[in-house]
Design a protein. Structure first.
Lengths: 437, 437
């Protein structure tokens, strides 16, 4: 196998919603109350129920030179077109040799968490449904066969959530974006019976629960003075706390075919966590009374929990300690960690260093994602048209050189003053304040 | 090499302070105001400056049958004698084949954090100094050559802390127990110049900073309803956030010989974190302005940061991805994770599974700890008297069978109701309330 023969399906990318995403899909009763973009202080700002969200392009810096990276983008003009325009997105996928992509929401929060707190539950549910309809019909189906659709659901009414899972599953959606820890947002824990209708609907419809980092138990900023790099470095592994919480959660016994993904969690620390979970069970279950019915926590993990990575050579070195059938690749376009437009080269280098077999490479790059999400691009396109080489052949006109000046809104950096957690938090706060004016 | 030839030096155990630990060491001016044990509601309670701490035996369940494990011990009668009596401790070490041990404080907090918040700084400093004197003279030196002493320091006055480092270092103490994140306790971050006198004193005196899990960025309880096992499972890896914070911290450039330990942090996830840190630096430093002077974050980690483990076969499998000169073994006596009295068997099994070389085994079990902490038991005892076989030969009279009934204070368990984070937190709160009555 050569680099050009690789086939990439990414289980974690992000769509920036374009200004009128919600408008055509909002239920008639709530027309005019849908989330909408307004311009405030030279920024594009989402407004819903008179509440403004100060930044709308969270870290969507793909295509910039690294010197212009930042947590802003405060407007569409500060982002590459492929972040919000699905036609341009597909061209960017082609240029990066990426066949398929699952895109998480941005304005609603990766798991729809920002739409769970409005007083009027009717208009909130309408916005969630409008989001799902936009995502499926206007984003994914605008390029049939190129996206794995996912949905968000209301959290305050688990039956309504289950109904939404059913409604979307009937249209082919097989992924639910859900918080890795809903208690962070004031909702019941994953151990609570509250969620049973959601788990049942997912199990009945073969829908996979996708828990993206940052939707619950976030990485903490160690201090205001900490270089922001330290926070960035621990974002993926910070989902370890929730991963353990899901290992010991009750839904797996009740719904043996239910599955989940730790989206953007990385893979190199997973074997450690599984061993530590088994150790914990062996040492403590005699007094904690927890039970896996004779199985080990690592058995539960290997069966039910899928992991994914952007770059993770140590994880690839240790695939035999994970479950190679539940590891997938992700691109993370358009966020700052993504390796666009050189993702195939980065993967190929690491896979070659670790001498992965062709079979393992195929599982990780696309087969596992295709199986888990019922995604079948080969029937539609023919496998030979799905490779890095074939896709890049179609994208020779796409400009991938870094574009200068998009980060014009980013603050000037002082080379002697590393950017700190406090700097970033103050930037977010001031963006929120400016949006609210 | 056989199991009996192994030599174990543990870099993480715990002393339970006996009732009169502080009394003989308190400065004359503060005599009578030292922390002391009183009995309240049938419990032994530490009282200092009219403030009571509700539990004093935190998780010190060694020697119990596992069914009687729990987070209490609320009194000396609920704990094995080796937890608080140094003579009995040495016998327990012999029975477990452990030559040397570094013991963290219990009542003061593992890093002395509970002694940092009293209004009267004078009495607080006197208590800290009395603690250090008790620990060195009455605990460690009661069995010369069997312990690696460590100290705690005041945080509110970095020069006083540096003076205490000097004072103890002159007496041979080469380890400082310090919070992995002092901002959690309201003190300046590790990036702040506040701590410079402490770093300098440690560097000047070859004192190693030991950051034990739980002294700063603690593992979170995912929810009240989460099985406590999930929390236990992620306690070690939860120090990853602080580990990144220390990687990007400024003291390494200024004091190139300064070193630290992530105490009880485990090792299997370390290669992942180092790779992720390098990735972060490569992807982001152009805009974050952080610099390692041409080195990589992983170089800083490998040079300055020591790690340790209780059981961690995945880590042992990947020693080539860590730095085998900075990995050490720990026993964690008397906490519930410890493998006493079968620690040599547990280690030997994992080392054999992974086919570790004799050289690697010696480094990990004792040589790295001896070098890092300037600990030389061989000169005192002769190497041949330091082995598992030699020590156990002296401990044939020590009863190591689980003792029934010590956990009488532990609540009765319902086999159908796993113990949750909420249960444990309520237990702590009620112990504190009972202590305060």
């Amino acid at each position: 196998m050569n680099l050009d023969d690789l086939i990439f399906v990414s289980v974690d990318d992000h769509a920036i919603e374009p200004p009128n995403a919600f408008t055509p899909h909002m239920a008639a009763k709530y027309k005019g109350r849908e989330p909408r973009i307004v311009e405030r202080s030279g920024r594009d700002v989402w407004v819903f129920e008179e509440t403004a969200s100060g930044y709308m392009g969270l870290n969507s810096v793909v295509g910039r030179p690294k010197e212009e990276y930042g947590m802003e983008p405060l407007g569409y003009a500060h982002m590459r077109r492929g972040t919000w325009d699905v036609g341009a997105r597909v061209e960017d996928m082609n240029a990066n040799g990426v066949l398929g992509s699952m895109c998480f929401p941005t304005f609603p929060g990766f798991a729809g968490q920002r739409l769970q707190h409005y007083a009027d539950r009717g208009v909130s549910l309408a916005a969630i449904r409008a989001y799902n309809d936009w995502h499926l019909h206007d984003w994914c189906n605008a390029a049939m066969g190129r996206f794995i659709p996912l949905m968000i659901v209301p959290w305050w009414d688990a039956q309504a959530a289950a109904d939404e899972v059913e409604r979307m599953a009937k249209q082919g959606v097989r992924a639910l974006s859900f918080s890795d820890n809903p208690t962070v947002h004031g909702y019941p824990s994953i151990h609570n019976g509250h969620w049973d209708p959601v788990w049942k609907a997912c199990a009945d419809n073969d829908v996979v629960i996708c828990c993206h980092i940052g939707t619950g138990g976030n990485a903490g900023h160690a201090s205001d003075e900490s270089p922001i790099d330290a926070w960035i470095a621990t974002m993926p592994i910070s989902i370890a706390n929730s991963a353990a919480d899901w290992i010991w959660a009750p839904m797996w016994k009740k719904y043996p075919n239910l599955r989940m993904v730790l989206s953007e969690g990385g893979i190199g620390w997973i074997p450690y966590l599984m061993e530590r979970a088994d150790f914990t069970h062996r040492h403590h279950s005699a007094w904690t009374m927890s039970s896996f019915g004779g199985q080990r926590p690592s058995d539960v993990f290997k069966k039910h929990i899928m992991t994914c990575f952007i770059e993770d050579e140590f994880g690839l070195k240790n695939l035999d300690s994970i479950n190679v059938d539940n590891v997938a690749w992700e691109c993370d376009y358009p966020h700052s960690d993504c390796t666009w437009p050189k993702s195939p080269e980065v993967f190929w280098q690491q896979a070659s260093n670790q001498k992965l077999s062709d079979a393992a490479i195929d599982k990780i790059t696309h087969l596992n994602a295709m199986r888990n999400f019922g995604y079948d691009p080969f029937t539609r396109f023919g496998r030979e048209n799905c490779t890095v080489g074939a896709l890049r052949e179609k994208a020779k006109h796409v400009k991938t050189e870094p574009q200068l000046g998009m980060g014009g809104a980013a603050p000037k950096r002082d080379p002697n003053k590393p950017v700190t957690s406090g700097d970033i938090n103050r930037m977010f706060a001031s963006a929120d304040a400016a949006a609210t004016l």
